[in-house]
Design a protein around this ligand. Structure first.
Ligand code: SF4
Ligand code: SF4
Length: 197
């Protein structure tokens, strides 16, 4: 689909913002499309990884931060390991998520931030993932009401049972040692973010 890009809608500093947030080397992209060709979730994206890289360098901030793509990226690193220019594409996607959350962007895929926030809360409590609680928190945050949460859980119950039967999901959480160090790291990151505001 043909789209007109207006200069007034572009932010020339966006690419630097992304690089500073951890998405290094995005300006090296020469648009070969290898990242999009190998991406396992590209069929659910509104913009392919290649398009996102281009939009970042052009400064089309609003569309990038509101895209589905940044939230459905599964952080699998396939693109990053294949990129002939060494662009850290997965890290760029991560940086875009952080900026979107920091700037309070209401994403097209509103469930994305709900999922990531739930993930971080559990990682902070246990030091590793506990999927049943992840699903519960995600359902609560993304649905907002008790009835919505229950419907959400019921919709996914059979998949959960299947995964539990195959031993892919633990019924009880496991906590790692040294969780206080993890909390300290996160606290320090948040402190630095506050100071930079
Ligand atoms: S694989 Fe690398 S160089 Fe090619 S389009 Fe993707 S980011 Fe750009
Ligand atoms: S890291 Fe994200 S963008 Fe890259 S291949 Fe995996 S899902 Fe696609």
């Amino acid at each position: 689909m043909e789209q007109i890009i207006r200069l007034k809608d572009c932010d020339p500093n966006f690419v630097y913002e992304v690089e500073e947030a951890g998405g290094e080397n995005v300006h090296l992209c020469f648009q070969c499309g290898t990242c999009s060709a190998g991406c396992p979730t590209v069929y659910t994206m509104d913009y392919t990884p290649r398009q996102i890289m281009r939009m970042v360098t052009l400064g089309i901030k609003d569309k990038v931060l509101n895209s589905e793509t940044i939230w459905v990226c599964a952080s699998c690193y396939t693109c990053q390991t294949r990129c002939p220019r060494g662009v850290e594409i997965t890290n760029v996607m991560g940086a875009l998520k952080s900026i979107a959350i920091r700037e309070g962007v209401r994403a097209a895929n509103e469930k994305g931030p709900a999922f990531y926030n739930s993930f971080v809360e559990i990682a902070l409590s246990y030091g590793r993932m506990f999927e049943p609680l992840l699903m519960l928190k995600f359902a609560q945050k993304s649905e907002g009401s008790l009835s919505g949460t229950l419907k959400h859980l019921l919709r996914h119950a059979s998949l959960g049972m299947e995964l539990t039967k195959k031993g892919k999901i633990a019924l009880m959480p496991h906590k790692i040692k040294g969780r206080e160090h993890m909390k300290k790291i996160i606290e320090n990151i948040r402190k630095i973010e506050e100071e930079e505001k």
